[in-house]
Design a protein around this ligand. Structure first.
Ligand code: GRG
Length: 390
């Protein structure tokens, strides 16, 4: 027992170095990392075999959260009320990926320093309520950004229904997004934690920065992997990484643990978006052209095309010309099909998923079974993110 603990500790220290090391957003340029199948963590062999669905672990809390969100978005004026509640109605709540991760993270970090908080005591209940509020705020910021995004993209569908801008127009949609943001701010202020307020305010800045980066690219920037990854962090990964960190800070965790929570979210968010960018080309099948091709048709160049361009520099001229002409979309798809662009994007996503799992593996050891189950679920999510087809 002692020996296995010691070995496990050594392996954890090595992994921690990797997780916290100087791998930046540009880690794709470094040697490929070993791709984890999720089985290399130190959370116990027999326990690993246990099948678990991360979403079912927090299902009850998610339905309470959904009701809470519906209450939080009630507005005085009928038109604003129906716009604000649009994506909080039963059946159109989306994948709820962010609140699921945050609730699991809250349990995964439930190891207290210096003294554990009894799980059923009033202090634990109060802490959990504050962490649930982070999940609510995060979901509200996410939906606000979707509303604004759909206006900017002139989208006509979202979550399988007509987009709000399509149904109620751009003006009401933008105002509904602002309204959700203001409700998120009120909830944030109620936490009375300036560091957490600052983290989530930075997220909003990042969302706007990422969106602006995307819509104002020079031809040089459109062909830069570094620019693409920075924009991806701002648009997708910042929200989940900073919210994970907020959950850790509310729990009174050390700066090191808060950084691991942040790193989990950052790498998971990047993996998530890289796969999103693959699915835009492939949809649910593996064949090219089966996705919505929405990015490329909007002139947005993503990782698969950038990797393809490394193999076929001729693609650069097509990107420079733009994709207004469908002929160029077809040409780009042809090059992409001949290249390893999709595969290399998947590999990069797997590397980030692996780093996210390593961050969880580097958390302080615990024998608490609830905590260990949530950590396994967070690792399981890293694999689900890279194998998903929707
Ligand atoms: C109003 C905060 C605010 C921002 C304005 C428009 C904008 C600036 C930012 C756009 C941010 C954005 C929409 C990024 C895309 C993130 C993303 C991957 C969305 C899809 O997430 P899923 O698949 O969606 O989790 P569901 O529907 O499942 O919730």
């Amino acid at each position: 027992m002692m020996l296995s603990r010691a070995l496990s500790r050594i392996s954890r220290i090595t992994r921690r170095k990797n997780a916290l090391g100087c791998r930046s957003l540009l880690s794709h340029r470094l040697d490929p990392l070993p791709i984890s199948d999720g089985s290399s963590n130190t959370l116990g062999d027999s326990a690993q075999k246990e099948q678990l669905d991360p979403f079912s672990l927090v299902a009850d809390e998610l339905s309470v959260l959904a009701n809470k969100l519906r209450q939080m978005v009630v507005a005085e004026v009928p038109k604003l009320a129906s716009a604000a509640e649009y994506f909080f109605k039963i059946g159109v709540e989306g994948k709820r990926f962010r609140p699921t991760v945050l609730l699991l993270m809250a349990t995964a970090l439930n190891v207290h320093i210096p003294e554990p908080i009894p799980n059923d005591g009033p202090m634990a209940t109060e802490l959990r309520a504050r962490q649930q509020r982070i999940a609510e705020i995060t979901e509200m910021i996410h939906v606000a950004s979707l509303l604004h995004d759909d206006v900017l993209d002139d989208a006509d569908t979202r979550r399988g229904i007509k987009s709000l801008n399509f149904v109620m127009g751009n003006k009401v949609s933008v105002l509904a997004g602002d309204f959700l943001l203001s409700r998120a701010c009120v909830a944030l202020a109620s936490l009375r934690n300036t560091e957490v307020v600052s983290l989530l305010a930075t997220v909003v800045e990042h969302l706007v920065t990422g969106e602006t980066m995307q819509m104002t690219t020079t031809t040089e920037q459109r062909c830069s992997m570094e620019y693409y990854l920075q924009k991806t962090y701002y648009k997708t990964a910042s929200l989940i990484s900073n919210s994970c960190k907020a959950v850790a800070l509310l729990a009174g965790q050390t700066a090191e643990v808060a950084t691991l929570a942040f790193e989990y979210g950052r790498n998971l968010g990047l993996a998530f978006q890289l796969i999103d960018d693959v699915l835009d080309f492939t949809g649910t099948s593996a064949s090219l052209g089966k996705g919505s091709l929405s990015d490329i048709r909007h002139g947005i160049v993503t990782a698969p095309i950038l990797f393809a361009m490394e193999e076929f520099p001729q693609l650069r001229a097509i990107i420079d010309e733009g994709f207004e002409d469908p002929k160029n979309v077809n040409l780009a798809l042809e090059y992409l099909g001949k290249s390893r662009g999709i595969q290399r994007t998947r590999e990069l996503a797997a590397q980030h998923a692996n780093l996210a799992a390593e961050a969880i593996d580097s958390l302080p050891e615990t024998d608490d079974e609830d905590v260990r189950r949530s950590r396994r679920a967070l690792i399981d999510i890293t694999q689900r993110v890279i194998t998903r087809n929707k």
